[in-house]
Design a protein. Structure first.
Length: 95
């Protein structure tokens, strides 16, 4: 039987990828490392809005950032890159 913690974590992850912009970020980061400026440009939104989307993905453990000089380079976490289940859902849809 699953615990309340499991359901909360899974729901938070679902909400994180439940936004079109965050899904676009996930797919883009699947093939490349990007800075916040690049993410904002790709989404055609301002940096503060891009920051909120990226932070949501970081909070659930999908994305990580590594500082290089004055920039932070974002990528998918190793666990997410290797998750066949997650990518099957994202590519094929929930149903």
């Amino acid at each position: 039987m699953h615990t309340v913690r499991f359901f909360r974590k899974t729901a938070a992850q679902g909400r994180a990828i439940g936004h079109e912009s965050r899904m676009k970020v996930m797919f883009a980061l699947r093939t490349q490392v990007m800075t916040l400026t690049e993410i904002a440009r790709m989404l055609r939104i301002r940096k503060p809005n891009a920051t909120k989307h990226v932070q949501r993905l970081i909070n659930v453990g999908f994305v990580e950032g590594k500082r290089k000089g004055q920039f932070v380079h974002f990528s998918l976490t190793k666990k997410v890159r290797r998750s066949k289940k997650l990518w099957r859902v994202l590519e094929e849809g929930m149903l």
